[in-house]
Design a binder for this molecule. Structure first.
Ligand code: AMP
Length: 442
């Protein structure tokens, strides 16, 4: 018997019935702002510059129109595609996008493939030979396959550059330009980036033709939902502090950030000695090992995942209750990306940062970017009063200290009390001038 399906906000976006049905299946009630602002233009074939990062729903924002456009138009006879190309910086992100497209396109008969390095190219080559409509790729492997003539790009109708700022940070600019030049002139192009520094703006001028510009700003609101705390600790005590913190039952799923790959391995080893199950993902691990670590973490078989910034980029794991910065990042923006791994899809989360004497300046920059002070937890066994009390040049006095050791946001009384503006006069303006890339704080 056919049930009448409830309408969702997605119906108003002129998406086809099979796509709306798939979206309903995912229990998406309303399109996110980036979806609302982008999808109607993308369906019409416009180019787009999207200032948005992971967590905003941007994958669906570009994937749904791609599915719609490709399913409406038959491929040229004999063409094996691909007809849409999505370039993304990391393997994890590529496979996440591929998973999403599989879900959104499950009532359509479009074929997709994902190609990235670190694994055997053979299955990827076979998939390309069979023919694909949508290809999701990291630049290096894609160029290899192109050069080996396993792939043609002359059928590309839609080109997406995802996480463009991170691509440039990772040195992919020459590859991206090469790939773009291989695609036909009349393709529809989209560029997504969390920030819009000058080099990205230059790229948009080259790549995009009269683009619709859409900007969404979830990081600030995401960051607002995260209970952020700092623990002052001497560097040599960080390992012991982590063990102590992880004894808390409220920490169901923790993502721990380390600045280096070796550091990540060391943390996992030390936690192992303390009988705390942990795994790591970083660039020195094989793709299979990274996927396996992620799988176990997602399945709840491993409670603690230790990651470096690049490996964690774009990670979308549900139910991360705590992000722990074992080391503070030297860029405030990385902090925002890291803590955004918790509080996904409307949930709340806790971010704990271990700050040693050398990292106090980083903390200061972070507080300016997020525009508020991070609550200090002093009641822990490794608290360093000398780090806590050392005044930082230009810092505001009267920092609040949490009354008790409590790493669980839900139980913390008056957790918003500390959300005062870091600068009392024109805080937003000052923040932006010190941190020009902080679209995240706007
Ligand atoms: P993204 O920014 O594409 O990585 O998406 C972040 C998360 O939001 C993913 O887990 C998506 O499944 C989810 N999501 C995307 N669009 C919606 C929506 N309209 N309603 C609810 N969740 C969504």
């Amino acid at each position: 018997m056919l049930m009448e399906s409830p309408t969702t906000g997605f119906d108003a976006l002129n998406l086809s019935e099979p796509i709306c049905r798939a979206v309903r299946g995912e229990k998406y009630d309303t399109p996110t702002p980036i979806q609302q602002k982008s999808i109607p233009h993308l369906i019409e074939g416009r180019d787009l510059l999207g200032c948005a990062q992971t967590g905003t729903g941007k994958t669906a924002a570009f994937s749904l129109p791609i599915l719609q456009r490709l399913s409406e138009k038959r491929p040229a006879p004999g063409s094996k595609g691909p007809r849409a190309l999505i370039l993304t910086p990391t393997r994890e992100l590529a496979s996440q996008i591929s998973d999403s497209i599989r879900v959104y396109g499950k009532h359509l008969s479009l074929k997709q493939a994902v190609v990235y390095g670190g694994v055997s190219p053979k299955p990827q080559i076979s998939a390309l030979r069979r023919g694909v409509d949508i290809l999701i790729a990291t630049p290096g492997r894609m160029i290899d396959l192109y050069q080996q003539r396993c792939l043609r790009l002359d059928q590309i109708e839609i080109f997406v550059l995802d996480e463009a700022d991170r691509m440039l940070d990772m040195g992919f600019l020459p590859d991206i330009k090469k790939i773009y030049a291989m695609t036909p002139d009349n393709r529809q192009s989209m560029l997504f980036s969390a920030t819009l520094p000058d080099d990205i703006l230059r790229l948009t001028k080259q790549f995009l033709n009269d683009p619709v510009k859409v900007s969404v700003n979830p990081p600030a609101s995401t960051v607002d939902r995260i209970d952020q705390r700092v623990l002052f600790v001497d560097r040599e005590n960080k390992g012991a502090l982590l063990e102590s913190v992880l004894q808390e039952d409220s920490i169901h799923r923790a993502l721990v950030f380390s600045r280096t790959k070796h550091g990540a391995n060391r943390i996992v080893k030390n936690l192992g000695k303390a009988r705390i199950k942990a795994d790591s993902i970083h660039g020195n691990k094989s793709q299979a090992a990274r996927m396996e670590a992620l799988r176990k973490f997602r399945a709840g078989k491993v409670r603690v995942l230790v990651a470096t910034d690049i490996a964690s980029r774009g990670l979308d794991v549900e139910g991360i209750t705590h992000v722990i910065n074992y080391e503070l990042p030297n860029e405030a923006e990385s902090y925002v990306h890291r803590v955004g791994r918790t509080a996904r899809a409307g949930a709340t989360g806790v971010a704990l940062s271990f700050c040693d004497a050398g990292e106090k300046g980083y903390l200061h920059n972070i507080e300016r970017t997020i525009n508020r002070l991070v609550t200090v937890i002093a009641d822990h066994p490794y608290h360093s009063e000398s780090i806590a009390s050392k005044p930082k040049r230009g810092s505001s006095s009267g920092r609040k200290t949490s009354s008790g050791r409590n790493y669980n946001s839900a139980a913390k009384p008056g957790k918003n009390q500390n959300r005062k503006r870091y600068f009392s006069a024109k805080p937003g303006k000052k923040t932006r001038s010190r941190s020009p890339r902080s679209a995240v704080s706007a």
